[in-house]
Design a protein around this ligand. Structure first.
Ligand code: MN
Length: 409
């Protein structure tokens, strides 16, 4: 390994997912200091504001840096690699390393627009079987376009933000009328998010091949979902209040450049998509493995490599009507579910609509989330030269619904 281009003067565990092959960006602060950009390396954070002296890293979000585009991204990545591999740079760089357990992590980007897709065939088929048992599992459009909806950018928050149980209208099919109250079917959706750095002009479309010119990096997403609110409100315009109360993202953004070794062929698409969605020449399947934990217990390991539509196809579809992109746009993959029961990325699938309670190690069972539950999603991908790329985690703890005083009995 001594000839590896990832050899560093830092002491890192051999199996770290936060080595030189990764170098994810985030926004951090220490006690009494302002939020600024940092890079995670092992158990430390390199303070980029101090190490580079570049004011782009003092803004408290990654947006201005992301807007620089691929040349700016690769120039800094090359600089970081030089610094961390060259022993002569050690005296200059080392003073700007901060212990990761001493920092507070912030929302890494100012989210511009937020779109959520629905691109796991296994997830879509599972939900189709549950909700439309007498029809085909997939809707007729599903294999022709990546289905998505516009979400609420202002409620995208960083990992660790409390998940206050949402309230709203819900009506089971057997109920005569809707009732109002805290969601009784609060769920997760384990997803992968893509952050746009370089915008596009209104009226133009970004081709599938434009993905690495526009997308800066990748994060983890938990698209918290109130299934009872969602099932009553979603016809005919799609998700609304059942999802907009909170979306959590991981604090570390893995640059696309760290994922070259994770690229894989996506599944065969049959029927062949329309020309603007074809990606045979340079497909962007990605071999991420997610892990979903409830109160520390592993519930499932969803495989991202089986996603039917890739993030490059999603971007092409998102802009094919001429809708422009802005720096800070976030689009998420949709719930990641594989074919096996222990690869499902939501509780509604794991408990099959609440009919098959999940047995936990402490003897309790779950269908949907209870107050106090903590859900954590992590992911790793293969890196170059046998290294491993970690995405860190996105976590959230469920808090009781906040009921107004006038409503208490
Ligand atoms: Mn979702």
């Amino acid at each position: 390994m001594s000839s590896s281009r990832f050899q560093t003067w830092l002491e890192l565990p051999a199996d770290t997912g936060l080595g030189l092959a990764n170098l994810p960006y985030g926004v951090f602060s220490t006690a009494g200091t302002a939020p600024r950009t940092g890079v995670a390396i092992g158990a430390q954070v390199l303070d980029l504001a101090a190490a580079t002296g570049d004011p782009v890293h003092t803004t408290g979000s990654l947006n201005a840096f992301m807007a620089r585009g691929p040349e700016g991204w690769s120039a800094l990545r090359a600089q970081l690699t030089d610094w961390l591999t060259d022993p002569a740079a050690r005296p200059v760089v080392e003073p700007h390393l901060v212990a990761r357990d001493e920092v507070t992590l912030h929302l890494p980007v100012e989210v511009a627009d937020y779109v959520d897709f629905y691109s796991s065939q296994h997830h879509a088929e599972n939900l189709g079987r549950m909700f439309r048992p007498n029809s085909a599992a997939l809707t007729p459009n599903w294999k022709h376009l990546p289905i998505g909806y516009h979400g609420r950018a202002g409620t995208v928050q960083v990992s660790g933000t409390p998940v206050v149980r949402p309230r709203g209208q819900r009506k089971a099919p057997t109920d005569d009328a809707p009732t109002f109250g805290p969601s009784q079917r609060l769920d997760i959706e384990a997803e992968v998010g893509f952050l746009v750095g370089v915008g596009s002009e209104l009226g133009t479309a970004v081709p599938v091949s434009g993905f690495p010119d526009h997308v800066f990096g990748v994060c983890l997403v938990n698209d918290w979902s109130a299934r009872d609110l969602q099932s009553w409100e979603y016809v005919p315009l799609g998700p609304f209040l059942g999802k907009s109360f909170l979306t959590s993202i991981s604090p570390w953004v893995v640059p696309l450049a760290a994922l070259e070794a994770a690229r894989v062929d996506p599944p065969v698409r049959e029927p062949e998509p329309l020309p603007y969605l074809r990606d045979d020449e340079d497909p962007w399947g990605l071999d991420l493995t997610l892990e979903v934990r409830l109160n520390g217990e592993l519930l499932s390991s969803p495989p991202f490599r089986q996603m039917y539509w890739t993030p490059a196809q999603q971007l092409a579809h998102l802009t094919v009507n001429g809708a422009s992109l802005r720096t800070g746009d976030l689009y998420a993959s949709g719930t990641v579910s594989g074919p096996a029961p222990d690869q499902r990325g939501s509780l509604i699938e794991l408990s099959w609509g609440g009919t098959e309670p999940i047995a936990l190690a402490d003897g309790s069972t779950r269908t949907f989330l209870e107050d106090g539950d903590v859900v954590t999603i992590t992911a790793t991908a293969p890196g170059p030269e046998g290294t491993r790329i970690s995405f860190g985690e996105v976590t959230g703890r469920i808090e009781p619904a906040r009921t107004r005083e006038s409503e208490r009995q």
